[in-house]
Design a protein around this ligand. Structure first.
Ligand code: IVH
Length: 755
């Protein structure tokens, strides 16, 4: 007989078990926690306290048993009653179609009958087996060689997503559940961050982190790691007790018994359905909370699975469709330097070609010299190459274990590899620059590409290849030269025939009518993107005023601040002295004496520095200029730092740039005085393509009309095209529009549009 307090305690412990199980389920299976982590911890602590005071209340299925047990000296071997198999792989659509054909043949089904598959994410973690007897978790093991794994029960008990006892009903007396232990990306990042701040070794990827965490002899370490679990199938179960007839239904049963199943599991029909699933999940791959390396397709009918059976070590009823690897190793053959629009030198690694992320990669950016030094990349090194989606391939790290003895460090050139001008690498700045300006053909090419680009002057048809030729042939030195190109000159270019030349001239002519924002952006002032160009334009509606802009208008004390030993604080002090004693400076005996007479205590070093560099006259002038700017309204533009303000002022102060701008205006560049995009027009920002013969007007006229209404007219159809205007006898552009699901307008609809 239990005494009443004993009975109370017993009841409370049961209640705590129930509550903790319930909240585990809310958290891990339903993704819908009802209480905060702190409240959850409080429940767990209460249970731990009761169990430590009254050990008779501690049972093997207690949720407190997840905190880790005493360290083991080694893992015991664990025999798998049903071997843990692997999967065959397919890497492309053809191989998948072959797999599907073989399934049809073995099941004796006509090709026309689509097979139902369950498509699942292929989780990048570790396969484990979990054995339940009479509903209790009794043993957990790794896969090992498929026959024998390691008994990691104590470690698996610490993973909250793994039920210690089964919920619901209908489970077989003996049940082996299989699935993947993994580390969610967020948990992996946090773990590595913590390791970094504590100077510990970091893990290369979530899979390694999950493996390292599971293979700890001290399960307390495993308990502290953010591990998670998804189930994807069964091992042993008592014959006759199979609780479902399809794989999907089986997963749902497992879910009901307390096992997490990925939300991304889906039933699909035939190869088409499989591919649709594959493409959709590949697109979302980076957004998923866990790493996957492909998808798995499984024949849904369990009866069919049985018929299909196994071949060597893999089932015939399932296959893995792997993504192209996003990371590979290769060798650095050389490091060269590319020169960008603003002269920035970017080190680029030339690599031994390697297939990664679905394409062959032979170059990877190293960003800047700081990065090269931080990663210690050398010519001859074995390196990892990473490519995810459309991003430029990168080198995440060197494989130091494979570094050959004869590697060469990367050296920043002293002179530009394109124009031989000196390279400038200012202290404290990551970027080194070629000082050649527009004299440097590389900078010239890049600035012309930027000027002609869609977001800038939008010169349709003037792409990289043409610009390369125009610069190499010395036809074009600066953007204004573009507007003096002739038909005959264009015809001398490679790949330019009559029609292209004519189109290009038309596009150049059309680009002359632009907007202030586009023009300002197109000038390519370092640090001035589209948004800043727009704000600058609004701040200075009068372009002449912008051309005469001075740094002091942004930062009145900038000139003083830049003096040796003088920072923002000292500049203020100096300015206060100057304003306190107006007129005394010019009449002082010496600058030294004047500075001494200031109330504020100026450090000796500043006084000597200033007197060495300045006469009274020039120092007074500097102060007077600052005073003048202080009286004016200071321009405040969010995002304009000292550095960017410098770039803007230097750009417009540069005589060569001023001449180019003048010549561009002379060539006919103009915009409506309100300046910005014609936002009042309903067609602003829209893009059209015209194809075929229009009866009411010429294509050029149609184009002009659209442009007048603020729309852009381009020559090729893409997903970004708003609509394609189709006249009689349209070309392939109409087909492309249909394929891309782009709206098609006939001439009548077009006329309506421009009305
Ligand atoms: S089924 C008999 N489903 O892939 C079939 N495996 O290459 C057994 N994996 O060792 C596996 N996600 O670690 C299956 N949704 C999934 C999976 C999956 C990841 C792993 C598992 C297995 C390996 C086989």
């Amino acid at each position: 007989m239990m005494t009443p307090p004993q009975e109370e305690r017993h009841k409370r412990v049961k209640e705590l078990h129930r509550l903790i199980h319930h909240h585990n389920e809310r958290y891990y299976q339903l993704d819908a926690p009802e209480i905060s982590d702190a409240e959850y911890d409080a429940l767990l602590r209460e249970l731990q306290l009761l169990e430590s005071r009254y050990p008779e209340l501690l049972t093997a299925d207690s949720p407190t048993q997840r905190v880790g047990a005493a360290p083991l000296s080694k893992f015991e071997p664990a025999q798998h009653e049903v071997p843990m198999l692997s999967l065959s792989n397919v890497f492309d659509e053809k191989a998948l179609a072959d797999f599907d054909r073989r399934v049809h043949e073995r099941l004796d089904l006509p090709g026309s009958q689509a097979i139902t598959y369950v498509a699942e994410p292929k989780l990048d973690g570790l396969a484990v087996s979990l054995l339940y007897e009479s509903g209790d978790f009794v043993r957990g093991a790794t896969r090992g060689d498929g026959q024998t794994g390691e008994d990691i029960t104590v470690n698996l008990r610490t993973i909250r997503a793994i039920p210690l006892s089964l919920q619901g009903q209908g489970w077989p007396k003996r049940l082996e559940v299989r699935g993947e232990v993994y580390m969610p990306k967020a948990g992996f990042d946090a773990l590595n961050k913590r390791a970094m701040t504590q100077g510990e070794k970091t893990f290369a990827n979530p899979r390694n982190a999950a493996a390292g965490s599971l293979r700890q002899l001290d399960s307390k370490i495993t308990a502290s790691r953010p591990l998670d679990f998804f189930t994807y199938g069964l091992g042993v179960y008592e014959r006759g007790d199979l609780p479902a007839t399809s794989h999907y239904a089986l997963l749902m049963r497992l879910k009901g018994w307390g096992f997490p199943v990925s939300h991304d599991v889906q039933c699909v029909e035939g190869v088409e359905g499989c591919l649709k699933f594959y493409r959709a999940i590949e697109k979302r791959r980076n957004e998923l909370e866990y790493e996957i390396d492909g998808v798995v397709y499984k024949v849904d009918s369990l009866q069919d699975q049985e018929k299909l059976g196994f071949i060597s070590r893999a089932p015939r009823w399932a296959t893995a469709h792997k993504f192209a690897p996003q990371e590979q190793t290769t060798e650095v053959l050389a490091v060269e330097f590319q020169v960008g629009r603003t002269g920035a030198l970017t080190p680029v690694a030339r690599l031994k070609p390697v297939f990664v992320g679905g394409v062959t990669v032979s170059n990877a950016t190293l960003h800047n010299m700081d990065e090269v030094q931080r990663k210690d990349v050398r010519v001859g090194d074995a390196v990892f190459v990473r490519r995810a989606g459309d991003v430029i391939p990168e080198i995440p790290r060197v494989v130091f274990e494979k570094r050959p003895t004869s590697t060469h460090p990367v050296v920043l050139p002293t002179h530009c590899p394109i124009c031989c001008s000196p390279v400038e690498h200012l202290a404290g700045q990551a970027v080194a620059r070629c000082t050649g300006g527009l004299f440097c053909p590389a900078q010239r090419k890049e600035s012309l590409k930027h000027f002609a680009s869609r977001q800038a002057m939008d010169i349709d048809g003037l792409g990289s290849e043409l610009i390369e030729q125009l610069v190499d042939l010395d036809y074009v030195h600066d953007p204004s030269d573009l507007y003096h190109l002739t038909y005959e000159k264009l015809l001398t270019l490679e790949l330019v025939a009559e029609k292209t030349a004519q189109n290009l001239l038309t596009a150049l002519e059309a680009s002359k009518k632009t907007t202030r924002d586009r023009f300002l952006f197109g000038l390519g002032i370092p640090g001035v993107g589209r948004v800043l160009a727009e704000t600058l334009g609004q701040t200075f509606p009068n372009f002449d005023q912008l051309m005469d802009i001075k740094l002091g208008q942004f930062f009145p004390l900038a000139e003083l601040e830049a003096l040796p030993g003088v920072g923002p604080k000292m500049a203020k002090t100096l300015m206060n002295c100057y304003r306190e004693k107006p007129g005394t400076l010019v009449n002082a005996d010496s600058l030294d004496a004047w500075l001494e007479s200031c109330h504020a205590k100026l450090p000796k070093s500043v006084v000597t520095g200033l007197t060495k560099q300045f006469s009274i006259q020039t120092f007074a002038e500097t102060c007077a200029r600052a005073g003048h700017f202080l009286q004016q309204k200071t321009i405040r533009i969010p995002g304009v730092s000292h550095v960017i303000a410098h770039h803007i002022c230097d750009f417009f102060a540069n005589e060569k740039n001023r001449a180019v701008i003048r010549r561009l205006f002379e060539a006919g560049i103009h915009w409506d005085e309100q300046g910005g995009e014609n936002v009042s027009s309903s067609l602003a920002g829209k893009t059209y393509v015209i194809t075929g013969i229009l009866t009411g007007m010429s294509r050029d006229e149609a184009k002009k009309q659209l442009q007048l209404l603020g729309a852009k007219v381009t020559s090729s159809v893409s997903k970004k095209t708003t609509a394609v205007i189709v006249g009689e006898a349209p070309g392939s552009k109409k087909d492309k529009a249909e394929a891309l699901n782009v709206q098609i307008l006939d001439e009548a609809a077009f006329m309506k549009l421009i009305e």
